[in-house]
Design a protein around this ligand. Structure first.
Ligand SMILES: Cc1cc2nc3c(=O)[nH]c(=O)nc-3n(C[C@H](O)[C@H](O)[C@H](O)COP(=O)(O)OP(=O)(O)OC[C@H]3O[C@@H](n4cnc5c(N)ncnc54)[C@H](O)[C@@H]3O)c2cc1C
Length: 417
């Protein structure tokens, strides 16, 4: 495939952009593959990419029921950070952050990673104590995170209201400067293009309807809308639909699926220089390169597979945004949408082998898996290739919900973005 470069752009500009290749092909499925990945989100496509690139597999398919990147990958608010509390999480998310920094070069595709800083506001004494504990724990793990007093928080993000009369006054903030955002579609497209270039088959509009197991219990392949496709190994990377798919193989997952919403405003000139999150009032905000404010809400309180969500949830979020940033109170919202997130009891992912031989699962990212995309895909590919976890994902097992060895980011963060 042709390399994207400034020279390629100049050449194409001279001839009306008629010479660009298709970014990936749409092949007919083979009767069988060495590895089938179910789900063409960032994590699934990335897994296929690293399996081909780092582990030398040549016969891989990624099977997607809709269009690639059309799940949570293309619906999220793209916040990237690695300042999680527990050692296991810090290791996993920081592995991802290290990969984000060179991902555009690695994929020869501009994923628009922008380390503009993620600032997490703290509104009461408990928040402040908990944030400072996070900062100390992060530093012990070699992860940047620093405490800002209210004046410093406002200097970092000028539209922020730090008046002490606010209902939720800003008592300070934790800032991870290496955190930021990336362009979500570009992540899916970049991995898809690079994986397809190494021979990975990306098969869209092909729902997986069954996972077949042989007489000895091992996986043998998947039933799909386009017939049976054999597979020696299967990786399920289906986000909010993971429990449905794993049920096809007879495995009950410790997951609940909730709608999670986001919305964007009309575009305005650059005003918002960073990402701001407030777990207490439950809102987070950044500004896209197009100028829209990108705003995220909390999950609905009930489980559902509808890709919408309750209106009162986004109303509550906008109330919070207007209190923290009164300057935005007259802006109009353009669009809102939802995705389905899969939530584990401890709010940490599962990246592991399963009790069924040949079946692997990558799920449970809940409201915060976009940031992990390259790291998750990288260690999941290792797990599938070697039938054993990478050191980084050793703790993210299914068994932890039986043994009680949890990675309890739920208690640590309240929300997980
Ligand atoms: C509104 C919203 C905001 C978010 N904000 C952030 C954020 O700011 N930062 C952050 O880090 N994370 C965020 N997240 C979470 C993040 O989007 C996800 O954790 C991450 O994108 C999951 O990626 P994935 O590749 O595992 O899943 P997906 O991109 O959802 O891919 C799974 C794919 O599996 C496919 N599939 C499902 N069932 C089948 C089947 N039977 N057969 C074939 N294919 C199937 C789906 O169609 C889908 O394309 C947010 C999520 C939402 C919804």
């Amino acid at each position: 495939m042709r390399k994207y470069s400034i020279f390629a752009i100049a050449r194409e500009a001279m001839r009306g952009h008629k010479g660009w290749d298709k970014q990936w092909s749409s092949p007919e499925p083979r009767s069988s593959y060495d590895i089938v990945i179910v789900g063409a989100g960032g994590h699934g496509l990335g897994t296929a990419y690293y399996l081909a690139k780092e582990h030398g597999f040549k016969n891989i398919a990624v099977i997607e029921k809709g269009w690639l990147g059309g799940g949570n990958t293309g619906r999220n608010t793209t916040i990237i950070r690695s300042n999680y509390l527990y050692d296991e999480s810090a290791g996993l998310y920081n592995h991802a952050l290290n990969l984000w920094e060179n991902l555009s070069q690695e994929l020869n595709y501009n994923v628009m990673y922008s380390a503009r800083g993620v600032m997490m506001l703290q509104h009461n004494v408990h928040d402040v104590q908990s944030a400072k504990r996070h900062i100390h724990a992060n530093r012990l793990n070699g992860i940047d995170n620093e405490w800002l007093e209210p004046d410093a928080a406002k200097a970092f993000c000028p539209p922020l209201n730090i008046s002490s009369n606010a209902r939720y006054p800003v008592m300070g903030a934790a800032l991870q400067r290496r955190g930021g955002v990336a362009r979500h579609d570009a992540v899916a497209w970049g991995y898809a293009r690079a994986a397809a270039d190494m021979g990975v088959h990306i098969i869209q509009n092909c729902e997986v309807t069954g996972i077949r197991r042989g007489a000895n219990g091992d996986v043998t392949g998947v039933d799909t809308a386009r017939g049976f496709i054999g597979a020696k190994k299967i990786g399920v990377v289906a986000a909010g639909h993971t429990s449905v798919l794993m049920d096809m193989a007879g495995i009950r997952m410790p997951l609940e699926s909730f709608p999670l919403q986001a919305l964007v405003s009309e575009p305005v000139k650059p005003i918002f220089p960073c990402v701001v999150m407030s777990n207490t009032v439950h809102a987070y905000i950044s500004q896209s390169d197009k100028g829209e404010l990108v705003i995220g809400a909390g999950t609905d309180q009930y489980t559902s597979y509808s890709q919408t969500g309750g209106l009162h949830i986004i109303q509550h979020t906008l109330d919070a945004i207007c209190e923290m940033f009164p300057i935005f109170s007259r802006m109009k919202m353009l669009r809102s949408w939802g995705g389905i997130v899969d939530v584990t009891p401890d709010r940490s992912p599962i990246l592991a082998k399963t009790p069924v031989k040949g079946l692997y699962v990558n799920c449970g990212w809940g409201t915060g898996g976009f940031k992990a995309t390259p790291g998750s895909a990288h260690v999941f590919a290792h797990t599938i290739a070697n039938d054993a976890p990478h050191k980084i994902n050793e703790g993210f097992t299914l068994e932890r919900f039986r043994t009680g060895r949890l990675i309890d980011e739920a208690a640590a963060a309240a929300v997980a973005h």
